[in-house]
Design a protein around this ligand. Sequence first.
Ligand code: UT7
Length: 318
Amino acid sequence: MTSPAPGVGFRFAGVGAHLPDTIVTNDDLSKNMDTTHEWIFDRTGIGQRHVGGTTSELATAACEKAMQRAGVGPEDIDQLLLATTSPDFICPGTAPQVAHNLGLDCGALDIQAACSGWVYGLVHANGLLLQGMDRILVAGAEALDQITDYTDRGTGILFGNGAGAAVVERDPTGASELLGFDLGAAGEFVHILYAEHGGLLQMDGKEVFRQAVTAINRSATNALERAGLTVADIDLVLPHQANIRIVEAAWKKLGFTMEQTAMRLHETGNTSAASIPLVLDQALDQGRIKEGSIVMFLGFGAGMTWATTIHRWSGDVR
Ligand code: UT7
């Protein structure tokens, strides 16, 4: 594995996100589940989650915002990559429906890499840009309320719905670039987080926690090495929003600080493939990413899968 092939650049031209209106707080959950706001917040960092909508509806709304901010129309998109672990149907994929909603006339493909899916999508989008495409729409969207067991306090407290999307394009100036990445999968851990056909999410929470910390450490280290960078070079890390304690445990080994980190978990819960574009959208609103910023996306989840990308940021997408 080497660093990304240089040449075409990689620019975020527009970023958008969407959360459904209905909010379920920890106190709401505690009315029907043996849990409390204090337990959930202390053990996870989650304060509430959004529910409702289908994956295609949520994805469409996020993509519309991303395209609007990029100033592009349907004819400008060469490919849609949609990361989701809660598709509208088992078959067909959800991406064709979203492409239809948006009026796209291009290829449309689902990516099922659980919570790492959107970051996998960025790496595959870079490959498509190198193949000659000009502009890719990379979305992450989830309607996890449809596969969450609200009678199980081990999983029912964690998940939420939402969507985020980015229009990425060539940058011939070379100002913005994918500097390094790492993708991985460890199928021996399928059984620690899964949903059977027609079933709900089952999880061994403690083992997922342990494996997530290991995967984060390995993936971030690999990506930094390939980019020729160190932890101190990263201006902002946007990790998958699963549990604040997972991030804190991984940071202890890696040396990142929480000041370098963007978190949105308290208001969204774990939105799987949507979590990183959702936190990216907020970080941009807050002005935390500037011209020349070095930004790391770090996904991990069921599979196990993991994915890290490091970008030099250029351009104003707000
Ligand atoms: O995208 C990846 C998706 N998955 C994850 O990120 C999950 C990773 N794992 C976790 O986040 C944590 O393991 C959980 C939040 C799921 C659980 O936290 P924990 O600190 O590992 O708790 P635990 O399972 O060890 O349970 C500790 C205690 C137990 O009671 P006893 O046996 O000590 O009396 C549980 O029964 O807490 C109890 N408990 C709860 N109490 C109140 C478990 N869930 C709850 C709850 N409310 N919701």
